[in-house]
Design a protein around this ligand. Structure first.
Ligand SMILES: [Zn+2]
Length: 219
C-alpha cells in the first residue's frame, strides 16, 4: 500500500510540480510574490511615499510584529533566502510606482568592510540584487563606506552629522552625473545614514531617492 501511495505521490508531483516552501515560514507553498499568502497577510504590506530630509522616499512595511521579526532574522541569522523574498516583494512594488520608472541605478547602502566581514553579507546589497532581478535596474557598485561609524542611536543631531561626515565615497572611474539613483536599505529610522549617502551622490551630479523595506515610527 505504501508503495502505491509513493507511486501516486510521484505521479502527482510530475503533473502538479510542488510549490517551493515559503522562505518566511517554511510551512506553506510559495506564491509568485516570493512568500505564502498567510505570511503576506501577516506582513501588513503598506507602500508609502515619505520625504526624508527633503528627498523622495518609499517604504514597503511598518517595522513591527512579524515584519520586524523577519528583518531581524535576515540580518543576524544569515537570512539570504529571506532577503531574496523581500527583494521580490520590493521589486513588485517598484514596478507599480510610476514616479520611479526613470531610475537608472539601485544603490544599496554599503557596509564598512570590517562589519561586512563580521556579518558575512550586506543585507541592503542582497535586497538590491533581488530587486534588480525583478525590476531590471543595474546595481551601482561604485560607492563604498570609507569610514567606520559607531551606532547612531545614542547621538544627538550634530553628533550624528559629524559621525557620518566622509562616511561614503564614490570610487574613481565611476560616473553618476545626471543619473537617477535609488538608495536601497532595509530599515529607515532617522534617515541620517540615508541623507549622508544621498548628499555624496548629489555631489557627484546624481539624483538620489530612497526605497526602504521597512520604516520605524520614530522619524
Ligand atoms: Zn509563509
Amino acid at each position: 500500500m505504501n508503495r502505491l501511495f509513493d507511486w501516486l505521490r510521484a505521479w502527482d508531483d510530475l503533473v502538479f510540480p510542488p510549490k517551493p516552501l515559503c522562505p518566511f515560514c517554511a510551512r506553506e507553498g510559495c506564491l509568485d510574490l516570493g512568500c505564502c499568502r498567510v505570511c503576506l497577510d501577516s506582513l501588513a504590506v503598506k507602500w508609502e511615499a515619505v520625504k526624508m530630509h527633503g528627498y523622495s522616499c518609499y517604504s514597503l512595511l511598518p517595522y513591527q510584529g512579524f515584519a520586524r521579526e523577519l528583518i531581524h532574522k535576515m540580518k543576524y541569522q544569515n537570512g539570504r533566502e529571506i532577503a531574496a523574498a523581500f527583494g521580490i516583494l520590493l521589486s513588485r512594488a517598484l514596478q507599480e510606482e510610476p514616479s520611479l520608472a526613470s531610475v537608472n541605478y539601485l544603490v544599496p547602502v554599503p557596509l564598512h568592510p570590517s562589519r561586512l566581514a563580521r556579518r558575512g553579507f550586506n543585507q541592503a546589497a542582497l535586497l538590491a540584487d533581488n530587486i534588480s532581478r525583478g525590476w531590471r535596474r543595474p546595481v551601482f557598485k561604485g560607492v563604498v563606506r570609507a569610514k567606520k561609524t559607531g551606532p547612531q542611536s545614542n547621538l544627538g543631531y550634530n553628533e550624528r552629522n559629524f559621525n557620518l561626515r566622509g562616511a561614503f565615497q564614490v570610487l574613481p572611474g565611476f560616473n553618476l552625473r545626471g543619473k537617477r539613483c535609488l538608495i536601497v536599505d532595509d530599515v529607515i529610522t532617522s534617515g541620517f545614514t540615508f541623507r549622508a549617502l544621498a548628499q555624496v551622490i548629489e555631489s557627484y551630479g546624481g539624483k538620489p531617492r530612497g526605497v526602504f523595506l521597512a520604516r520605524t515610527e520614530i522619524l
